[in-house]
Design a protein around this ligand. Structure first.
Ligand code: PMP
Ligand code: GLN
Length: 384
């Protein structure tokens, strides 16, 4: 194994899902739904006919048109389906190809910690350097960053800022004011922005603000590569159908790399994702409302169990502070949790460059059926 990859062991998701299987625990660790996505999408796969050969490098035209149509409908963004969209093997490949395609060795990537674990690995594979800005819960539990810290992270080697909102693992939705500051800095330092918006539809009704793509801010459409994926919105994480939209030059940088990572992907699934993206607004609203109800049930259980629960404004996830229950770190706590009550969670500290910032925090996923969340909440209540 090459030197630069030695710091990256098995992902926490693989480790914790294996622990759940081995102990027969309820898996609220890795974020994947336990129900299928919309019937129209699943029927479309069955119907898709002879779609078993290589699709075009940029994705089939019907999917590219559906992606730009969806961005226009929900976010008012205008992109050309011919040149400003590329379909990828999940958001993960889009993030990796973007960094590999845009960063020279030694270029810096401004990101926010905690971050989705593939970011650090992709930045490292590209020979780039990460400049993490720490998100910390404020007195009201909502995550914030320090403006001075963000300003200081930008410098002459900054190539791009990598932003995930709605944010995994915290459940934070970046505010308009925060996005405006990020946009100002991108423009002042003439950098790109790469945004990971896989949870774009999962912002709950009680969140202080709706989701806004960074690309929608003045001056940002021309410098932002916006990434999303079907996995989270349509409960099909195993399909690995993602995409990146942006100015043609940025999209072609992604495609240039992608052709040598996977070339193309998911031929038989692409028509079905096009159908899903065209579903009426009601699908998106109902999916979000159902998820919010399950979030609320789990939050009640976690609060009764004695955790300090931080607000989850969006995503599949809620973060809790284990300090009232334990003076050990989250990693030890999560390894012991299955034996104590038959539930698996994920320690947040693995998502930081400065793990001490998240040592006392653990993440629970609530994208599971109501009865599973109910059973998990009851098991957790035995902790005390
Ligand atoms: N980004 C974030 C923030 C995620 O949480 C995930 C996975 N759940 C991904 C990217 C990966 O998405 P995909 O499965 O489409 O590669
Ligand atoms: N994104 C999912 C999560 O955060 C898991 C993705 C993975 O297993 N790599 O739980």
């Amino acid at each position: 194994l090459v030197e630069r990859m030695r710091a990256f062991g098995t992902t926490i998701f693989t480790e914790m899902s294996a622990l759940a299987l081995r102990t027969g625990s309820i898996n609220l660790g890795q974020g994947f739904p336990d129900t299928d996505g919309p019937r129209e999408m699943l029927d479309a796969v069955a119907r898709s006919g002879p779609a078993n050969q290589y699709p075009p490098l940029y994705g089939i035209p019907a999917l590219r048109t559906a992606i730009t149509g969806h961005e226009r409908r929900f976010w008012g963004l205008e992109r050309d389906p011919e040149s400003e969209v590329v379909v990828t093997a999940g958001a993960t490949e889009a993030v990796a190809a973007a960094i590999l395609g845009l960063c020279e060795y030694g270029d810096e990537v401004v990101c926010f910690e905690p971050y989705y674990d593939s970011y650090a690995a992709s930045i490292t594979l590209a020979g780039a350097v990460r400049r993490p800005v720490t998100l910390r819960p404020g007195p009201d539990g909502r995550y914030r960053f320090d403006e001075g810290e963000l300003r200081a992270a930008f410098g002459p080697r900054t190539r791009l800022v990598l932003l995930n909102s709605p944010h995994n693992p915290t459940g934070k939705v970046f505010t308009r004011a925060e996005l405006a500051l990020i946009a100002e800095l991108c423009q002042a330092h003439d950098t790109y922005a790469v945004t990971d918006e896989v949870y774009e539809h999962l912002v709950f009704a009680d969140a202080p603000e709706r989701h806004t793509p960074l690309a929608a801010l003045p001056g940002m459409l021309e410098r932002t590569l916006r990434i999303s994926s079907a996995g989270k919105t349509f409960s099909c994480t195993g399909w690995k159908v993602g995409w990146a939209t942006g100015p043609a030059a940025l999209v072609s940088a992604v495609a240039r790399v992608k052709q040598f990572l996977t070339f193309v992907n998911a031929g038989p699934l692409q028509p079905a994702v096009a159908v899903a993206l065209d579903l009426p607004d009601a699908y998106f609203t109902e999916f979000r409302a159902g998820l919010q109800a399950r979030r609320d049930r789990l939050v009640t259980g976690l609060t009764e169990a004695g955790f300090t629960v931080l607000p989850s404004e969006g995503t599949y996830f809620v973060t809790t502070d284990i300090t009232p229950l334990s003076d050990r770190g989250g990693a030890d706590f999560c390894r012991e949790l299955p034996a104590r009550c038959g539930v698996v969670a994920v320690p947040t500290e693995v998502f930081y460059d400065h793990p001490e910032e998240g040592r006392h925090l653990i993440r629970f996923a609530f994208c599971k059926r109501e009865e599973v969340i109910e059973e998990a909440a009851q098991r957790l209540s035995k902790l005390k």
